[in-house]
Design a protein around this ligand. Sequence first.
Ligand SMILES: C[S@@+](CC[C@H](N)C(=O)[O-])C[C@H]1O[C@@H](n2cnc3c(N)ncnc32)[C@H](O)[C@@H]1O
Length: 395
Amino acid sequence: MSTEDLARLERLAEPEGTALLERLADSDLSGDAALRLGTVLRRDHPADLVADAMAQAQLRHRAAAKFSRAAAMWFTRDGLEQASSEVIARHRAARYAGLGRLADLCCGIGGDLLALADGHDVVGVDRDPVHLWMASRNAAAYDREAVTWCGDVRDADLTGIDGVFVDPARRSSGGRMRTGTSEPPLEWCVELAGRVGAVGVKAAPGIDHDTVPGGWEIEFLALGRELKEAAAWSPALAASRTRATVLDADGTAHVLAGDPDPEDGDTGVAVIEPGTWLLDPNPAVTRAGLVSQLAERTGTSRIDPRIAFLTGDEEPPGTPFARPLRVLDSRPWDQKRLPRLLRDLDVGAVDVRRRGLAGDVDAIARKLRGKGSRRATVVMTRAADRPWGLVCVDP
Ligand SMILES: C[S@@+](CC[C@H](N)C(=O)[O-])C[C@H]1O[C@@H](n2cnc3c(N)ncnc32)[C@H](O)[C@@H]1O
């Protein structure tokens, strides 16, 4: 972002811009309504100020999904897309409890900064002056203070810093970067642990377990059933090798932690043919490689050493780490016979859940849609290394 962008923002933060933003806070800013409103506002205000206010107000509306105080915050489109949501940032910041001064490297618009600044002195570092301008105002929107420093994180002075959080950029002006790449690169972030012991690195949820050195922990974070992101923790902040965290909307964290299942699938958990219940683990659990631990916790078995569905003949105990499904039918996968089977089971709409078998789930769901009165989940998977199909319903 340029100094010209910064000058426009500063103008928008002056009384005339602030009044416009307040007026737009509860307005309908979609399609024709936005066009009509723009025409009205341009009668009394300069066109570029109106355009900036409408763009900022739209971002604030969108940001309400991530931030409870979005209406008082500042965003760029990229900064909002990459920002950590309040619930996740608050959860992660708790790891730094007991540490003094922190640095938030690549702080962006301050999604993490505003959580780290709760109870810590924090310096936010970013090379984008617009993001930095927003980060300190966004911390203030949460009644928190943060010092900022504009420049390359490689040049940041970390003297007196007890803990670092770094969230490298995974998109550039040209769009999303290649999977596994970031600026600065993950290796640089990991090496920070040689300078400041306590380091946390935000990473894409696709991160491989072996991209961080021994002693580091990888945490996979889901909001409800949606896998959002991962974080790598240096040994000073790590508590296990891998962790699955499922966060409720109110921030309550449910945690499974331990060693990931071995790749050969030999975990000591029994493998049996699917029974009358199927457990579909939360994606944070599967990414963390903790499916066998979930099996032990829920008294279930695996349907295959390498497939993440669990099964049993008794209703499994309620758990935030998996979705239970009641099995109506279970047999080797045979797509041709399925329409008749679904008809016999009075199934109409179907969702298709696929794990371990190839296929276009949307196309198959469309093809299988029948006239029955029940909604079902058709599971395409492998059981004991054979293609397997199940028809399930919510309990
Ligand atoms: C993923 S965003 C940070 C999001 C932030 N954690 C949040 O929750 O709002 C990455 C930021 O890194 C900054 N950045 C990328 N490379 C940098 C570098 N070498 N030095 C300083 N900042 C950098 C970008 O300007 C961008 O604002």
